[in-house]
Design a protein around this ligand. Structure first.
Ligand code: 5MM
Length: 338
């Protein structure tokens, strides 16, 4: 498959991406929150339980892996990327080295990881990855994000994307405007517009083939501590408007991050966006927390009970799959029998 075909498959209707690329530090926090020790064996066990779940074939188009996981071997003896492929999904890899302090800024972040990326991409291709992910983060605050932060991160995202395409893989471009803070939904709209516009300026400059990319943005939401809450319809309307205005038509689709929304909110909002989608873009999910939270809790209670854990994960994946086609509703949500 060429990169344009892979990108289309990643955002195909009815399916979405499982973001299982938590770095060791983040995984430690997640496992600690359910009182499980974070070691290599436990991290692999949880992830393998999801990767062998029936919903992988029906609702998951791709899985983003962390460097540790792409090198691991499953209990059935095949490598993790092979296992993912066998279950009908595309293996991908997170290649950034994390958001670090941006020199000369007021506490803002720049995502690092460009040095040596060309040779790392060659290796990841050999290991089976067919797409990659790089996440930039932006906080909303007084004077933030600055032009400096927006431009520096857009440049890095575009340089990354060009290197990924050179290695015949699809870059997921993830500029995440964080939900933390008291900002309004309109401030989120404005900042996200500036961030996305700058990303595409840089992607053009670096000659990235937009048909072979996927955008992974935040939805347009009020800050988590904002007093004025927004309705699902308002979130959907503003998210669609923002992306319509700032995304080039060539991009095949969008795979949203969940960014701290609850599992149900993330599903509901995606469904509402798809209900009013009048564009050529496919809107799907690339959720980490909003796909894994309940499954992680179930796993922590009884690691050996694979069928219960997979039931919980399959339900979430199925609900989000339905949302990509605007077919989700409360009744469907309640259909889950634990
Ligand atoms: C799954 O979490 C990803 C990796 O996080 P760290 O590098 O901080 O360990 C993260 O990039 C994720 O892919 C996106 O933020 C989407 O995840 P959510 O949980 O926001 O849907």
């Amino acid at each position: 498959m060429n990169i344009e075909e892979i990108a289309k498959q990643m955002v195909a209707k009815g399916k979405g991406i499982l973001a299982a690329d938590e770095s060791t530090g983040t995984m430690e926090k997640r496992l600690k929150s359910v009182n499980v020790e974070s070691n290599e064996k436990n991290r692999l066990h949880f992830r393998e339980t999801l990767f062998t779940s029936p919903a992988m074939a029906t609702c998951i188009s791709g899985v983003i892996l962390f460097d540790e996981t792409i090198r691991q071997v499953s209990s059935s003896g095949i490598s993790i990327p092979e296992l993912i492929k066998k279950n009908g999904s595309i293996p991908g890899i997170k290649v950034d080295k994390g958001a670090k302090s941006l020199a000369g800024s007021n506490n803002e972040k720049i995502t690092e990881g460009l040095d040596g990326l060309r040779s790392r991409m060659e290796e990841y291709y050999k290991l089976g990855a067919r797409f990659a992910k790089w996440r930039a983060v932006y906080s909303i605050g007084s004077g933030s994000p600055s032009e400096q932060c927006i431009k520096a991160n857009a440049h890095a995202l575009a340089r990354y994307a060009a290197l990924v395409q050179e290695a015949k893989m699809v870059p997921i471009v993830e500029p995440e405007v964080l939900m933390d803070g008291e900002h309004s939904i309109d401030e989120c709209y404005d900042v996200t517009s500036r961030v996305i516009t700058e990303c595409y300026k840089e992607l053009y400059l670096q000659n990235v083939n937009l048909k072979g990319t996927v955008l992974k943005p935040n939805m347009i939401l009020p800050g988590a501590s904002c007093k004025n809450k927004s309705t699902t319809d308002e979130i959907a309307k503003k998210t669609l408007e923002c992306l319509k205005k700032n995304m080039p038509k060539e991009v095949p689709g969008v795979a949203f991050l969940s960014g701290g929304q609850s599992e149900i909110e993330a599903t509901k909002n995606l469904n509402a966006i798809n209900k009013i989608n009048d564009t050529s873009f496919n809107f799907t999910f690339s959720y980490g927390r909003a796909l894994q939270q309940s499954a992680l809790k179930t796993w922590s209670k009884s690691m050996k009970n694979t069928s219960d854990i997979q039931k919980v994960f399959d339900h979430r994946a199925t609900m989000n799959g339905a949302s990509t086609e605007a077919k989700w509703n409360e009744k469907l949500e309640q259909s889950f029998a634990a």
